[in-house]
Ligand binder design. Structure first.
Ligand code: IPM
Ligand code: MG
Length: 356
């Protein structure tokens, strides 16, 4: 029987609750589809930091390398600075494993109320491709004259031809694989004359390799308007690390809740394991209440199954999730009264059922 090695890093806040829920659902899907998952848990995160002074051991990534995928919960704790949690765990994995394509599907799931009037399931079906290795998150910069009136700080965005070309190819290929074959390239090339103009130029070059993909360009500010006013006109979207970070929050809100939004940090060349996580973060205000929404962790699990080469399992899982949402079995953040456990049990049930 085909077996996959999964590294689970539940980490902080509601991360362990939604990862446990996701693993239960994944077990059910694997049993139904006839493959096995061998899960190893890593207790890294903010609690680990408080004991050891680091978010994960220095050789942490070495421990992950032999796995087929990483299933990640959330990082962030009220009593540890955000830049420590982020740069201590998540970004070293994303950047160290060169997971340069961050893929964020957004759809309005049946049963979930979306905020735009007259916009329901089918009107909003996007995939945002976020450049995940450079740009505004390159970590280049510094501070001088700290605390003095003349203090200076720089935060340098790095754009490389290699980096932009590879994400553009990924985005065009993804757009090509979707029925509408439609890509929107987002920049801010009116104001930022170097990196962003290079994005536009490389997009035009790569477009020639994909003659069947229809593509257009948007400035990021105008893009926010189009997402709200004309969501039907968009399909696949590619943007820089920071632009796509912002647009994907807007996308999540327009689809009804960030609580259901998934993300996949992909190394398309498969040199390293890719990492799958919900977008929502650690949500400390609801930890231990049993009401965390597990749908984002299910959806990202479906992305993981797709990446592992189990597309039928991914389809089965998403069908089960949609069936449960449509039946109104929802957590309070999306207007329901169900618990994490009840939603999980219902999805497991649907996965086992004949129709899912
Ligand atoms: C996301 C998040 C992170 C990011 C935060 C937690 C730093 O907002 O995955 O979108 O900006 O990358
Ligand atoms: Mg974000």
């Amino acid at each position: 029987m085909q077996s996959y090695k999964i590294a689970a890093i539940p980490a902080d806040g509601i991360g362990p609750e939604v990862i446990d829920a996701g693993l239960a659902v994944l077990e059910a899907v694997a049993a139904r589809e006839g493959f096995a998952l061998e899960v190893t848990r890593f207790d890294w995160g903010s609690d680990y930091y408080k004991q050891h002074g680091e978010m994960m051991p220095a050789d942490g990534p070495e421990h992950l390398k032999g796995h087929d995928a990483i299933y990640f919960g959330a990082v962030g704790a009220p009593d540890v600075p955000d830049h420590i949690t982020l740069w201590g765990l998540r970004l070293p994995i994303c950047q160290g494993f060169d997971q340069y394509a961050n893929v964020r599907p957004t759809r309005i799931l049946p049963g979930i109320k979306a905020p735009l009037a007259g916009v329901g399931p089918g009107d909003l079906d996007w995939v945002i491709v976020r450049e995940n290795s450079e740009g505004e998150y390159s970590g280049h910069g510094g501070r001088a004259h700290r605390g003095l009136p003349e203090e200076v700080a720089t935060e340098v965005s790095i754009f490389t031809r290699v980096g932009v070309t590879r994400i553009m190819r990924y985005a065009f290929a993804l757009a090509q694989s979707r029925p509408r074959k439609l890509l929107t390239v987002v920049t801010k090339s009116n104001a930022q004359r170097f990196g962003m103009v290079m994005w536009d130029e490389i997009a035009a070059e790569v477009a020639k390799e994909f003659p069947d993909v229809t593509w257009d360009k948007m400035l990021v500010d105008a893009m926010t308007v189009r997402m709200v006013k004309n969501p039907q006109s968009l399909d696949t979207i590619v943007a820089t690390n920071l632009h796509a970070d912002i647009l994907s929050d807007l996308a999540g809100a327009l689809a009804g809740s960030l609580g259901v939004a998934p993300t996949a940090n992909i190394d398309p060349e498969r040199r390293f394991p890719s990492m799958f996580e919900p977008i929502h973060g650690s949500a400390f205000d609801i930890v231990g209440k049993g009401i965390a929404n597990p749908v984002a962790s299910f959806w990202t699990a479906a992305q993981m199954l797709e990446h592992l080469g189990q597309p039928a399992a991914a389809t089965r899982l998403m069908a089960a999730v949609e069936q449960v949402c449509a039946a109104g079995i929802l957590t309070p953040d999306v207007g329901g009264t169900s618990t994490t456990q009840e939603v999980t049990d219902a999805v497991v049930e649907a996965v086992r059922g004949a129709n899912a």
